[in-house]
Design a protein around this ligand. Structure first.
Ligand code: PAF
Length: 282
């Protein structure tokens, strides 16, 4: 595996391979890689001849400066994981490389980006679309891989690809969990032992709510989750919404649509964690 820091350097390598007809998969990441990322890399390696993983902590998607400063940066360990999983290139650019000048582009995919994370993290998805579009332009992959843990992000990127006519396929990959159910996240590394123990309640509640939902209404299920999280000292619920998995708009009944997902954001101590569960799937 080669580690490359410039767009020109990456494009020089890829143009030779593309001229040979090789298919390119891209896995955009912010580093601090874990088994969840490894599953995206493995999927790309299985489906493409060449896999590029970008490792870049994108400043424009952080609406909280402290979060950006504290975001873990572990390039050496990341490269080990990537190499072990068959990656071809790790693309680790500097901020100046990706943003030689301020990016003033505005992306709007309303109503997908105005709800949930969009409401609580103003500008976040604009920053995600800025960097992901730059990566698509630089790499021009055949396929790009994103995790379903960031369920809303995946829906918005699919919409961006559709509206901007990017000639590539978006591949959504299932959430990878610890054995005890905690969804893998780079932020988990910042949880204390106690905060991690508390955080377990998030996935446990979501799983229980699936059984509960089978015999209860949407609003009762909503209440069930809200009550369970609020009852746990140390956890603070930011939102829980039961939405149509395509439009991300709230549903009022299970019959309303064939794809229903519950999306949640909870603080365990200071650490903001997201997760989701599917109640009904197409
Ligand atoms: O999901 C992430 O890690 C980031 O939002 C992404 C897609 C790599 C863009 O910075």
């Amino acid at each position: 595996m080669k580690v490359i820091h410039t767009i020109k350097g990456l494009q020089a390598e890829l143009s030779v391979l593309k001229a040979q007809g090789k298919k390119v998969g891209l896995v955009p990441t912010m580093g601090a890689l874990h088994a969840g990322h490894a599953s995206l890399v493995k999927r790309s390696v299985a489906q493409n001849d060449v896999t590029v993983i970008s490792v870049f902590v994108n400043p424009t998607q952080f609406n909280d400066k402290n979060d950006l400063i504290k975001y873990p940066r572990t390039l050496d360990a990341d490269c080990e994981l990537l190499e072990a999983n068959g990656a071809s290139f790790a693309f680790a650019p500097s901020v100046e490389e990706m943003y030689p000048e301020q990016d003033d582009r505005k992306f709007s995919f309303a109503p997908l980006d105005t709800v949930m994370e969009g409401a609580f993290r103003p500008g976040h998805f604009n920053g995600v679309c800025q960097i992901v579009s730059k990566l698509f332009d630089a790499v021009q992959p055949d396929r790009a891989y994103f995790g379903e843990k960031d369920f809303q992000q995946l829906a918005i990127i699919r919409e961006m690809v559709k509206q901007l006519h990017y000639p590539l396929q978006i591949v959504g990959c299932p959430i990878i969990r610890e054995e005890d159910g905690l969804a893998l996240s780079s932020r988990n590394a910042r949880l204390s032992v106690l905060e991690r123990e508390k955080a377990l309640k998030i996935s446990q509640t979501l799983f229980k709510s699936r059984t509960f939902a089978a015999t209860h209404s949407v609003s009762e299920t909503q209440q069930f989750v809200e009550d369970a999280i609020s009852a746990e000292p140390g956890l603070r619920l930011e939102y829980f919404e039961i939405v149509d998995g395509n439009t991300l708009q709230r549903v009022n009944s299970w019959e309303e649509t064939s794809y229903v997902v519950g999306c949640i954001t909870v603080f365990s101590g200071e650490i903001r964690l997201i997760d989701n569960v599917k109640y009904k799937e197409v």
